[in-house]
Design a protein around this ligand. Structure first.
Ligand code: OAD
Length: 255
């Protein structure tokens, strides 16, 4: 599909779904999952830390890693891609953001009612009784480089507090999954931005959208195979989303 056809589809869309992965936050300085980790975390594989087994085996190691990620998010700012997505919502009748990210950068850029398929770093809860545990929204008490940190204890049952994210092997939150699926099946344009598309069931959403006749566009600096019916915009999320916005509506996000 030519760029002008794509921009026309975006202009005429009744419902746009923006589906994001870690690549959408990469330009805010948040490492993606499949980047190698830096500093003290270099020798760990994120996939090994993001499981309930990892937490139960070594709560301080796992909690320390998530606190390091939370620190990165607290120090980060939304980037031009987050801003362009929030701006795009002002130009189309309906836009739904469905994210695999556990940060709050879409919200901080101005997107509303973001569907978080994989939970949030900012909503920890007791691993035993599920009671929510409020964490301060400042980075004051967090160590710079990350290290082992003993998780807090639940105020009700003394169980360990765990991160509010979905771990490998866990079900997605049912309300988020059904809302994401409904949006994917109902939209006419589906923009899949900065995701490796290998973690299911989230990775099913572009296929569901395609199956219902939506225009599906992948935005990624690294080219990968897509079917004949899908489209690829090769480049960073910020550059591609700003140019899609500008070419569709002649507009740029306010910074
Ligand atoms: P990944 O780390 O698997 O993939 C990040 C993608 O972003 C890659 O395809 C990169 O090429 C791309 N990328 C990097 N920089 C980019 C940029 N500036 N602009 C656009 N794209 C860029 O992250 P996810 O696909 O989000 O799940 O991973 C999916 C899930 O796997 C995560 O939500 C997490 C993880 O395990 C859970 O925690 C359950």
């Amino acid at each position: 599909m030519s760029t002008s056809t794509l921009t026309q589809q975006v202009r005429e869309a009744k419902h746009v779904v923006v589906f994001t992965g870690a690549g959408a936050s990469a330009e805010s300085g948040i490492p993606t999952f499949r980047d190698s980790l830096t500093g003290l975390w270099k020798r760990f594989d994120p996939a090994q830390l993001a499981t309930s087994e990892a937490f139960r085996a070594d709560p301080a190691l796992c909690w320390g890693w998530y606190e390091w990620r939370r620190l990165k998010v607290l120090q980060a700012q939304p980037n031009a891609a987050h801003l362009a997505i929030a701006e795009l919502a002002k130009h189309v009748p309906r836009l739904t953001v469905v994210t695999q990210n556990v940060d709050d950068l879409h919200e901080r850029a101005g997107s509303r009612d973001v569907i978080h398929l994989h939970g949030s770093l900012h909503s920890p809860r007791c691993i035993d009784c599920g009671l929510a545990y409020p964490l301060p929204l400042t980075s004051d008490a967090l160590p710079e480089d990350g290290c082992r940190i003993e998780p807090p204890r639940c105020t009700a049952c003394n169980g360990y507090v765990r991160p509010g994210v979905v771990w490998f092997g866990e079900m997605l939150p049912e309300d988020a999954w059904s809302a994401g699926l409904a949006a994917a099946e109902e939209c006419d344009v589906f923009l899949s931005i900065g995701t490796s598309g290998i973690v299911y069931p989230a990775a099913e959403l572009p296929l569901r959208a395609l199956g219902q006749g939506a225009v599906v566009v992948h935005v990624n600096p690294v080219l990968f195979d897509v079917s004949n019916q899908e489209h690829f915009l090769q480049g960073s999320a910020s550059v591609m989303m700003e140019s899609l916005l500008r070419e569709s509506f002649g507009d740029l996000p306010a910074s």
